[in-house]
Design a protein around this ligand. Structure first.
Ligand SMILES: Nc1ncnc2c1ncn2[C@@H]1O[C@H](COP(=O)(O)OP(=O)(O)O)[C@@H](O)[C@H]1O
Ligand SMILES: [Mg+2]
Length: 359
């Protein structure tokens, strides 16, 4: 069993406060992804879990044991970095074996472990190569192999795919998902890339400016973002936002003008009063072209990506509005079209960016 609990963690570097009251429970065998923009504190939090960084206050608990003051070697954790940090003069075999040599593991056990890791990572026929003779993806797998042989209770990954080209990143996402199934071990994975988070995670932790913004499964965050930030960060292309205000409140729900039409929203008004600023959120994939009525859109750019067509243009106050349509669409740049915004698919946010709940 390997669980990780973070309790009331704060971290400052001198005067700079980086993490604020982080509370999180990571279950046994879970694949958890920390996602957020650059500088939000992901690496710092991962280093705190590994023991490479000390907390300013709060505790790190692994398998019900408080390890807040324990050195990295006593935590049973292994970390894979973005820079692979391989030894260029050593073979793949010796790179993977390195932590076992340091731990003075006997030769037979060492070989067994290295061969097993190489087998899982499909590196068996590369064991005599030097890192310089490998592709980026293979080098990353060697770095992961060096982690696997240590049999850690928890694997930590810090943006391990950032140095790879897009196609290879896609392949490696699948490889890492398989690795998680094979090893059946708790994994914590850091990325700024929401697609990596959506595709790999059992549980996503969205961080923003050192605070946990929301925790949930990928589809939970997609369907029920608690804030405008999460709504705009999760999902690709990004959610569209339109500024408006509540025109009236009726039976706890609000209405709002979108273009020329007043729409009754199936969304709880909460503390919102008539006249208050509201932002409506609608995902590009939830839009349709309308034959009559709807909201006007001026189309600037059309991207045919095969299965779908992505339109970019202006709708009301939003000049970066995006709609995803079926591939048979014949809409061209410069076209003026009308789109249907379905209130049942809309999200809404108050002026402090909190989501109003759909019901
Ligand atoms: N050793 C350090 N000394 C001072 N500030 C640091 C140090 N490490 C990180 N920071 C600051 O902490 C914040 C979070 O950094 P980091 O955890 O690396 O973010 P992320 O991994 O999400 O990009 C940044 O503002 C960064 O400049
Ligand atoms: Mg980082």
């Amino acid at each position: 069993m390997s669980t990780v609990k973070l309790k009331n963690i704060y971290k400052s570097f001198g005067e700079t406060e980086v993490l604020f009251d982080i509370n999180l429970e990571i279950n046994d065998k879970e694949f958890v992804v920390f996602v957020g923009p650059s500088g939000c504190g992901k690496t710092t939090l991962l280093r705190i879990i590994s023991g490479l960084e000390e907390v300013t206050s709060g505790s790190v608990i692994i398998d019900d044991k408080d390890v807040s003051n324990a050195p990295p070697v006593e935590r049973g954790i292994s970390m894979v970095f973005q820079s692979y940090a391989l030894y260029p003069h050593l073979s793949v075999f010796e790179n993977i074996a390195f932590p076992l040599r340091v731990a003075k593991v006997n030769e037979k056990e060492l070989e067994e472990k290295v061969f097993k890791a190489a087998d899982i990572l499909q590196l068996t026929d590369r064991l005599d190569f030097k890192p310089g003779q490998l592709s980026g993806g293979q080098r990353q797998r060697v770095a992961i192999g060096r982690s696997i042989v240590r049999d850690p209770k928890v694997f930590l990954f810090d943006e391990p795919l950032s140095n790879l080209d897009a196609a290879l990143r896609g392949d490696m996402r699948v490889e890492l998902a398989k690795l998680h199934q094979n090893l059946n071990t708790t994994m914590i994975y850091v990325t700024h890339d929401q697609i990596e988070a959506m595709t790999m995670a059992d549980k996503i932790v969205v961080l923003r400016d050192g605070v946990i913004e929301q925790v949930g499964s990928p589809m939970d965050l997609y369907h029920n973002p608690k804030t405008k930030f999460v709504a705009g960060f999760i999902g690709h292309p990004n959610m569209n936002f339109l500024k408006t205000n509540a025109t009236k409140i009726n039976k706890g729900k609000f209405s709002a003008n979108i273009g020329d039409s007043e729409m009754n929203m199936p969304i709880d008004a909460g503390d919102t009063k008539s006249g208050d600023d509201i932002e409506i959120g609608i995902r590009p994939e939830d839009l349709e072209v309308s034959d009559k009525g709807g909201v006007p859109m001026r189309v600037d750019v059309v991207e045919h990506i095969g299965a779908t067509v992505i339109l970019y243009g202006s709708v009301l106050d939003n000049d970066n509005f995006c709609a995803v349509l079926p591939s048979d669409s014949t809409i061209k740049p410069g076209d003026k079209i009308n789109i249907t915004i379905d209130p049942n698919k809309c999200h809404a946010f108050n002026s402090s960016g909190q989501s109003l709940q759909r019901s």
